[in-house]
Design a binder for this molecule. Structure first.
Ligand code: SAM
Ligand code: SF4
Length: 363
């Protein structure tokens, strides 16, 4: 059995992958309605309708009806104490990186006090958050004082009209201000993620890369995955990572970044030759990286997911709310991770989209 420096066993699955990264969703709620996540706006519906029509030629395929979604009642969400406890046990088993996500994590009241609890856990080497950025300005100082080290923003468009189409929000200016504020405050690095969808924001790829270069950002282009609440994902909406890269290479002087020291890196990375910023391509659909995935996910209602595409979840809440000891939790986590899936099945005949969407799972 592999052991940590403290002599504790490690979270290791049956494929030999040692898990180091825990993503913690703290709410399933969101103030945005992204077309690839919670496509519940008229504009999103129109986009998909038009795509389904053109994909089907004369016979119009109607998108599946939305999954019936209700926000989880507060009593079902883990409290900050419960989240901290799971995180502490997981860190004792070798987890080094924690990422707070959602839904929109900044919607959860007092999120900075959770960040402070997580930052105080001995053994946490990296504490990050993923946000849509809308509420960042109002929380930035509190989050940094609480010990947040890194922040990732989502930004799929630089055009206010397209931003609204993609997110259902008029908040582009606020998100851009949030990114600039994070840079001024010294969050290092400031990461920005864009999900690229054919026919929607793929014409903005070069513009987004220029934005990254001008601001020395770490920018990630992400392939659209079948995790949307409408189950409207189609393969031809995915812009393959290779295509994104080919386009960027014709426009920018890019130097590959060696990631061999970090085998669990999900992005293939390139630095701008002038040294300002970098771009990365995350291509889970066309170039899966499951073989070196070291991630585990905790949902806001206390379920452990061993893969974004897991069909089965493992409920820790009953244990937490009974009189389970930390040893019991430790045993349970060790038992759960053994069954981590070898990889996702996107594109295979037996692929099943998980019942929960990205907004519930936490990206
Ligand atoms: N609300 C926050 C945000 O948007 O940054 C955090 C949660 S969101 C679920 C986390 C990440 O998942 C975001 O970067 C988002 O772009 C990404 N995401 C959501 N749905 C996706 C999908 N269907 N395919 C690929 N990435 C997706
Ligand atoms: Fe909300 Fe993030 Fe999903 Fe967009 S990607 S709907 S911001 S949870």
């Amino acid at each position: 059995m592999i052991q940590s420096r403290s002599g504790e066993p490690q979270l290791i699955d049956s494929h030999g992958r040692v898990l180091r990264d825990l993503r913690i969703s703290i709410t399933d709620r969101c103030n945005f309605r992204c077309v690839y996540c919670l496509p519940e706006t008229e504009e999103a519906a129109n986009f998909y309708r038009s795509r389904f029509q053109s994909a089907a030629g004369t016979s119009i395929r109607v998108p599946a009806s939305p999954i019936h979604r209700e926000w989880k009642p507060k009593a079902e969400l883990l409290t900050f104490e419960e989240i901290e406890r799971i995180a502490r046990v997981a860190v004792g088993l070798g987890i080094e990186k924690l990422r707070v996500t959602g839904g929109e994590p900044l919607l959860r009241n007092g999120v900075e006090s959770l960040v402070a609890r997580l930052a105080a856990i001995r053994g946490v080497r990296d504490l990050a958050m993923t946000t849509n950025g809308f509420f960042f300005a109002g929380k930035a100082v509190a989050l940094q004082s609480a010990g947040l080290q890194r922040i990732s923003f989502s930004l799929d468009s630089l055009d206010p009209i397209n931003f609204k189409k993609m997110t259902g929000s008029d908040g582009l200016t606020g998100v851009l201000d949030g990114i600039d504020l994070a840079r001024r405050m010294g969050f290092d690095p400031v990461k920005v993620n864009a999900v690229v969808i054919r026919g929607l924001n793929d014409h903005e790829i070069e513009g987004l890369a220029s934005f990254a270069q001008e601001r020395s950002l770490i920018f990630r282009f992400i392939e659209f995955m079948p995790l949307d609440s409408n189950r409207a994902w189609q393969k031809d909406l995915v812009v393959p990572g290779r295509e994104i890269l080919a386009r960027l290479k014709t426009r920018f002087d890019l130097t590959p970044v060696d990631s061999s020291t970090n085998p669990s890196e999900t992005a293939k990375r390139w630095r701008f030759a002038d040294g300002r910023g970098e771009i990365g391509i995350i291509a889970p659909v066309t170039e899966p990286f499951c073989g070196h995935c070291n991630r585990l996910r905790l949902t806001a209602d206390g379920k452990i997911r061993t893969c974004l595409f897991s069909i089965h979840e493992h409920d820790l809440r009953p244990l937490l709310r009974a009189d389970a000891t930390d040893d019991d939790l430790r045993e349970e986590l060790l038992r759960i991770v053994v069954h981590k899936e070898a990889g996702h099945r996107i594109g295979k005949p037996d692929f099943v989209q998980p019942a929960r969407t990205m907004s519930c799972i936490g990206g």
